[in-house]
Design a protein around this ligand. Structure first.
Ligand code: ADP
Ligand code: MG
Length: 683
């Protein structure tokens, strides 16, 4: 079916009556550019003008509606003095005041000795009630126009409320009927409103204020569907592309032979899924999720071995130089008997060496290139790139991911790895375009890190403990929420803590934080890795996957200020070696009940996925850090916590659509600003 006049809502606002260039500019500042943006700018509250208040009952400062008789009109001949209309009812008097209004106009709307309805903000001036520039003035026979609940919108400077409301009303009134993209059967079954009805209701009732109202839930559902559709569209365009199959297993078996451990069940299973993709004639676009320490790196290297054996080049990218370098060292170790050419490239690689690497790469002489973002610069040309692995990039959004897949070329498989556990409800909204592998277990020899909590005022008890640890050659992370002291926040700062701790342990303490440049950070991390220092005071910059086998203790200050998932990540920094890991959470004396609950969850569980779910429940979505860049922030109405059931419903709805009506769904994507994401130019 055709959508009637469907273009109306995608027209620019300047097509509306009463919207000139200036107003357009104002609206643009509010991100209102198309007519549909007006539809989606929901009123945040209503002004109740429906009740007529007697003049002896007025409340100063409130918007109220009165019914009065016009007694006298006053038009002073001195400019700057306001025009004044004196009115009264049987209980009192009021002045209506106008600045800059024409006499003729006022005489028309205030007929002498007639009743009028006026609505506006009540002031009090020189012993008398007053309304200046009232919002509405009308005669009795037209009173229904004013006597109702009127929606109120968020306004920026320069747009008067009445004007804006007029525009919004105009849009609602002229809105062509739009054929729903969801069929009636589904709507009825799930007790959902038709879209047209929902959008009108949102502007004409108080339902916009309630994010669980029927009409609000309808646009939430649409928004989630639009998001899922975008991702599945993205997936189709990447997965459709044929590639040459690659798979050989000789290298792989040889490496397994020399590994000092057996793969866990989870690792084996993930590897099986990855290998299946490599064998398939569809491209792999997969995310490997696994808690910190679950052993993702070795899984990726084993799959890399398979691809190299089939004569393709591979690239492994990590977010930091140190992490990339650790992967490089590991790769050299496990591939040492295979006679492969493995190189390392980062922003710091010397120009001469870099040139050499680029040359060999283009000639196809390098089998595996490991490094940082430098791997994907324009100048870097692979002869036969077959596989890209990216570690710890949970901050890659949908667009970046697909750009990468497309840049790799059509024969290139893509694997992302992340230790950020995503709660189930959010899985599809974040990774709906990818296949997902999960490693759910951890190497069994590893001991769970012991988590303790301690009130800050007992901090002095820690010094002798730390002294002993240092004597035993153990290393310690000390994490603070802030870099510098703050006037406003009563949290510990890394800089201050560094001063305090380095006085106690001279020459044994280092400092690292996000305001340092990359080189400074890397230098200090290397010092820590080489045991030149024993305590590393830091902010959360140490979150990402580096292995410090000798760091067994992590102390986290103001621990209740961090998200649980984040604390779990931080805790994952220790206990990666042979020794028992210990995590000490410091907190201020007075913890809220909620905070106590959260610390308990962390103490009792070592399962990142479980922790993420609990974190979501306790803190709510709006408060979650770590997901901001994952594409979820694009939700304007939907909230994974509040609308949990709609996320599930949308998921099953989208998965069941087998015959996508392109026109209908393109409309939906355009409406909810998703179309741009998938308009990716293919090369
Ligand atoms: P992550 O999943 O956090 O990236 P890593 O790949 O860095 O974890 O692995 C953490 C540590 O566990 C490494 O030192 C690695 O050698 C070791 N490891 C990996 N798999 C196993 C296994 N099956 N048995 C024992 N140790 C393992
Ligand atoms: Mg890792």
């Amino acid at each position: 079916m055709r959508l009637i006049k469907k273009d109306y809502i995608f027209q620019s606002v300047n097509k509306l009556k009463g919207v000139g260039p200036q107003l357009s500019r104002y609206l643009k500042n509010k991100k209102i550019e198309k007519i549909k943006d007006i539809l989606f700018s929901l009123p945040y509250s209503e002004t109740d003008r429906s009740v007529i208040t007697k003049l002896n009952n007025l409340e100063i400062g409130k918007i109220q509606t009165i019914k009065v008789i016009v007694k006298k009109l006053n038009f002073p001949r001195i400019r700057k003095l306001p025009n004044k209309i004196q009115c009264e009812d049987e209980t009192g008097k009021i002045d209506i005041v106008y600045f800059n209004s024409r006499e003729g106009y006022l005489r028309k709307i205030f007929p002498l000795n007639n009743w009028v309805i006026i609505s506006g903000k009540i002031n009090f001036y020189r012993d008398k009630y007053q309304i200046s520039n009232p919002d509405y003035v009308t005669t009795l026979n037209n009173k229904d126009y004013v006597l109702k609940n009127l929606p109120k919108y968020n306004l920026t400077k320069g747009i008067n409320e009445k004007k804006y409301r007029g525009i919004s009303e105009q849009v609602i009134q002229n809105l062509p009927h739009i054929n729903d993209w969801i069929d009636t059967k589904f709507l009825n079954k799930n007790k959902m409103l038709n879209w047209n009805e929902a959008i009108k209701k949102l502007h004409n009732s108080d339902e916009s204020k309630n994010n669980q109202s029927k009409s609000f839930r309808r646009i939430v559902f649409d928004e989630i569907c639009a998001n899922f559709l975008t991702l599945s569209e993205n997936r189709n365009r990447i997965k459709k592309i044929k590639k040459i199959k690659k798979f050989n297993e000789f290298f792989y078996l040889k490496i397994l032979d020399i590994l000092p451990f057996r793969l866990t069940k989870g690792q084996q299973f993930a590897l099986k899924e990855i290998n299946k993709d490599l064998k398939s004639d569809l491209r792999m676009f997969r995310i490997l999720q696994g808690d910190v320490g679950s052993g993702k790196t070795i899984v990726s290297l084993l799959s890399i071995a398979n691809v190299i054996e089939s004569n393709y080049q591979c690239a492994l990218m990590a977010p930091t130089e140190i992490l990339a370098n650790q992967h490089f060292q590991l790769a050299k170790k496990i591939f040492k008997d295979l006679n492969l050419n493995i190189e390392f490239l980062s922003g710091k690689t010397e120009p001469k060496k870099r040139k050499k690497i680029l040359f060999s790469l283009e000639k196809g002489k390098i089998d595996l290139l490991i490094g940082t973002h430098a791997l994907f610069q324009k100048k870097i040309v692979f002869k036969k790139l077959g596989y890209i692995v990216i570690d710890e990039q949970h901050k890659f959004g949908v667009k970046q991911r697909s750009d990468l897949a497309i840049k790799g070329g059509k024969n290139c498989d893509v694997l992302l790895m992340s230790a950020t556990p995503i709660p189930r409800t959010m899985m599809m909204s974040i990774y709906g375009d990818m296949d997902i592998s999960k490693i759910k277990d951890k190497p069994s020899m590893r001991k769970e890190t012991i988590t303790l909590s301690k009130p800050e005022k007992k901090i002095d008890e820690l010094w002798p403990y730390l002294e002993k640890q240092i004597r035993n050659e153990n290393q310690i992370f000390w994490v603070c929420p802030l870099i510098n002291d703050s006037k406003f926040l009563d949290y510990s700062s890394a800089k201050k803590k560094f001063d305090i701790i380095s006085k106690k342990f001279p020459n044994k303490v280092g400092l690292i934080h996000g305001a340092m440049n990359k080189d400074e950070k890397e230098t200090i991390l290397k010092k820590f890795l080489n045991k030149e220092i024993y305590i590393l005071v830091s902010t959360t910059v140490i979150e990402v996957g580096i292995d410090f086998p000798n760091a067994n203790i992590i102390i986290i200050e103001n621990s209740n200020k961090f998200g649980l998932a984040q604390l779990h990540q931080l805790r994952g920094r220790v206990g990666r070696g042979k020794n028992q890991g210990i995590c000490i959470l410091l907190f201020k004396e007075s913890l809220s009940q909620n905070a106590v609950k959260r610390l308990k969850i962390l103490k009792n569980s070592d399962d990142g996925f479980f922790i993420a779910e609990e974190d979501l429940k306790l803190r709510g979505f709006g408060d979650l850090t770590g997901y901001q860049q994952s594409g979820l922030k694009n939700f304007r109405f939907a909230d994974p916590v509040i609308h949990d059931d709609l996320f599930k419903l949308a998921e099953s709805f989208i998965l069941k659509i087998d015959n996508i009506n392109q026109e209908k769904y393109n409309f939906l994507l355009k409406l909810y600003d998703r179309a741009e994401i998938i308009n990716i130019k293919e090369v």
